[in-house]
Design a protein around this ligand. Sequence first.
Ligand SMILES: NC(=O)c1ccc[n+]([C@@H]2O[C@H](COP(=O)([O-])OP(=O)(O)OC[C@H]3O[C@@H](n4cnc5c(N)ncnc54)[C@H](O)[C@@H]3O)[C@@H](O)[C@H]2O)c1
Length: 349
Amino acid sequence: MDEKIRVGILGAGRAGDGMHGRELKLYPDKFEITAICDIDAERAEMCAEKYQCRSFSDPDAFFKAGGFDLVAVATYSKTHMQYTRQALESGYYTIIEKPIAITYEEAKELLVLDKKFPGKLFCRQNRRFEAAFQHVRELLATGIIGKVHTIKLMRNSFSRRNDWQMLQCNGGGQLNNWGPHLIDHALQFMNYKVQSVWGELKRTAAMGDADDSIKLLMRDFDGLTVDIEIFGGAALPSNAYEIYGSRGALMVDSTEADIKMRYVEPTYELKPYPIIEGHPNGFKFADNATIPWVRQTIMVKPSNGWNMERFYLAVYEAVKGIAPFPIKAEEAVEVTRITAEVRKQNPGF
Ligand SMILES: NC(=O)c1ccc[n+]([C@@H]2O[C@H](COP(=O)([O-])OP(=O)(O)OC[C@H]3O[C@@H](n4cnc5c(N)ncnc54)[C@H](O)[C@@H]3O)[C@@H](O)[C@H]2O)c1
């Protein structure tokens, strides 16, 4: 079954055209864009010209006309669930953009739809495929930096953002925008075992009434804290990852090009030392001065070869029965449970 998958894109904006369109074009032997729909007819027509496909400005007419196997829902955030439901009920494979929904209650419907239409739904937590994320996970699994107690995930920038994403009435704000990506990463690191979450939302540089900066602290049941920072008002860059464990640490800067590590030589045993209850030996503690440290910088290159461009390849493999899609609907819904919890803690947003 090596026929191309025919795709209809719903919403021809930065995501629909700029991301889905571009990514689909990376796999010309696997995908063909056959239709594009945007309520802005001019925009739909421009895209249709670019992709040499049919254009629609009425979603109902688009669904009815068909001529595609897969729909990519990339409209405004508040409409994702409604069109995902319509696409699935019309018989199409369906990609739902993040945020899958604005409320947890609404998001839970996705589980019902996923059961009703097995194998048809793909949640676009596309940053799951990021090379640095994959490589960092792989390194932690080797135990090289020991038992991890703190993971800091940061994506900071300075942006006087003033589009629809900055209005609460549109389901905008950073928690719904970049939040789902890093919360998805956090949940993967925590294996979905979340004991508590605390979050603070602010608006620091952008316009509108929605949050542009979020700070989240998530804890598991076994001493791991994940600290997420996505600031829209941070004028200097920060690392993308800082991870601390019982035998070392690793860091990835904002370029996500390489991973810096410092860890105890793996054969060295960190033996317990007795507490000195009398006068201390100055600032000499245990074996601090003699620990055999290893310093290493490696290029980001996960062994599974994943990167952001793999999203559509994974969709293709799932549709063709080659490999299961790695993102489960429950996982995307769990992201929404966390965002709902944080929103409850921040009534102004
Ligand atoms: N996964 C990612 O990395 C990623 C990146 C960017 C945006 N997004 C998501 O994609 C969605 C769109 O964001 P954007 O930045 O592309 O916005 P955008 O404003 O650039 O584009 C949205 C487009 O959808 C059209 N549209 C709105 N309602 C529609 C409807 N009912 N039917 C058809 N078309 C409709 C608009 O006219 C517009 O052209 C958002 O929910 C955003 O969170 C995801």
